[in-house]
Design a protein. Structure first.
Length: 476
């Protein structure tokens, strides 16, 4: 079966993207707009998975009450899913030693857990648990989706060492209940969010076990602590329950993936939310920047994308061919080479902005600029989610193979070593200048990071003006 590239920073197989469907992808398995690096399971999140597996209700009960017992047909479905994804790992995972995990023993244990599972969610969590044992940011289960799509009307992310609400959709239920930009998230469904576990929290509660309402314990700017129960909008979808649910991912609107703003004649700012764009778009970006002596590449929230787009962008800003890194694969290693566009390459000063939501290709770009001494990187430590992966789709036996896949697994087929011989997986990029907004900055819509970057690039833009340039684009 032909595998499809999958962009975890988007929403599903990239069959509708303008890039080469056979091209590998650097993707941030990031659930939603929520940042997200898949990292080591914290003890707390591991306990949550174990709770799912042993039959207790996690944090908030589904609105229907206690889960119904798993029926034989559902258990058989999960057994099929388990067998398929384990075979995907065996056939395609870049490390034939599976990071020291005894895959056969793990598969055997998982089969027993599925047999003992009392509910569908417990059985499904067992399959996810198998892939998470690899401790790989890009290897995870894409399970069969449910009969309703959930739409979330607020965004949160790690900013420094704390989790903050950074966007609330105007007129939404969350806004009506009092959720405010700048609120600090003390806990999410009883779990304290950290840089290392936020991805897992979202994967669990947005995909594996979505809740009728999520419990957020919040700290207001004035120090007041309060608790909100926030429910997603439920929309009935005209598809099989078995259709893949990727609605937990944040995909920038495809009609305008890049937005720009010129600051006088000195600096051009490019808001670059994804590398899931054709190479021609990168060429145009650079061509439109030629008259500006300074360029800011805003990669905050950029979860990754296509390999060839990354290499094209690098080639557009360096004056010589460079080896960005090495792909470490199962059978052979392969260099990642960016070919300079020579005289067409941008010669001016470059500032790169990153945050905890910047992953994969965005991280490779930022680190390459550091290693080549080509740009100054400003912002927060990045996600530390840097592998190259492919999506392996599957159909249930009775499904039509002409229909979308019923479920699948994203499997890493390459680790990426940068030109200094080091991997960014689990470590991320440490910016040259660390700068993050405060809760007060978020509440007042002040973009202090972009304002500072403009001044460093030779322009003048207040934090208030910067905060108005690139508003959050909510899904339509």
């Amino acid at each position: 079966m032909r595998c499809q590239p999958f962009c975890a920073s988007g929403s599903g197989p990239i069959s509708d993207q303008p890039t080469n469907p056979e091209s590998p992808f650097f993707v941030l398995r990031r659930p939603l707009r929520y940042a997200l690096a898949m990292r080591n399971l914290s003890d707390t999140v591991l306990c949550v998975f174990l709770v799912l597996l042993t039959g207790f209700v996690v944090a908030v009960k589904e609105s229907a009450g206690q889960e119904a017992p798993i029926d034989p047909r559902e258990r058989h479905i999960i057994e099929i899913v388990l067998g398929d994804v384990v075979q995907d790992v065996k056939s395609n995972y870049y490390d034939p030693n599976y990071h020291g995990v005894d895959l056969d023993a793990l598969f055997k244990e998982a089969k027993e857990r599925v047999k003992a599972a009392k509910t569908y969610n417990q059985a499904l969590a067992t399959v996810a648990w198998v892939l998470r044992k690899l401790d790989d940011s890009h290897t995870f289960l894409i399970p069969p989706r449910r009969s309703h799509k959930r739409i979330y009307d607020y965004r949160y992310a790690m900013i420094g060492d704390e989790c903050y609400i950074f966007a609330v959709q105007p007129g939404s239920d969350a806004e009506k209940k009092g959720l405010k930009v700048g609120d600090r998230v003390v806990s999410f469904n009883t779990i304290v969010p950290t840089h290392d576990n936020l991805w897992e929290i979202n994967y669990l509660f947005r995909l594996l076990r979505p809740q009728a309402a999520d419990e957020l314990v919040l700290l207001s700017l004035d120090g007041t602590q309060r608790t909100l129960m926030l429910s997603p909008k439920m929309t009935a979808e005209h598809y099989s329950v078995a259709g893949i649910d990727s609605s937990w991912y944040d995909r920038p609107p495809q009609e305008s993936p890049q937005r720009s703003h010129g600051v006088g004649k000195s600096v051009i700012i490019w808001n670059f939310p994804t590398f899931m764009v054709p190479e021609e778009a990168v060429d145009k970006l650079v061509a439109d920047s030629g008259d500006y002596p300074g360029m800011i590449l805003d990669l905050r929230g950029n979860g990754g994308g296509a390999e060839q787009t990354l290499l094209r962008l690098v080639g557009n800003v360096v004056d010589h061919n460079i080896t960005v890194g090495t792909k470490v694969m199962r059978k052979a290693n392969s260099p990642l080479v960016a070919k300079s566009r020579g005289k067409k390459a941008y010669p001016g000063k470059i500032i790169v902005l990153v945050d905890s939501r910047s992953g994969s290709a965005a991280e490779i770009l930022a680190r390459t600029m550091q290693l080549e001494h080509r740009a100054t990187v400003i912002g927060d430590r990045t996600a530390g989610s840097v592998m190259e992966a492919m999506f392996y789709p599957h159909h249930f036996p009775a499904s039509s193979y002409s229909a979308p896949p019923d479920y699948g697994a994203q499997i890493s087929h390459a680790d990426i070593l940068m030109s200094d011989g080091k991997s960014l997986e689990h470590t991320g990029v440490i910016p040259d200048i660390k700068m993050v907004p405060t809760g007060s900055d978020l509440a007042a819509n002040r973009d202090v990071v972009l304002s500072y970057a403009v001044s460093l690039a030779g322009g003048d833009l207040s934090s208030e003006e910067a905060g108005k340039l690139f508003p959050v684009q909510w899904p339509k």
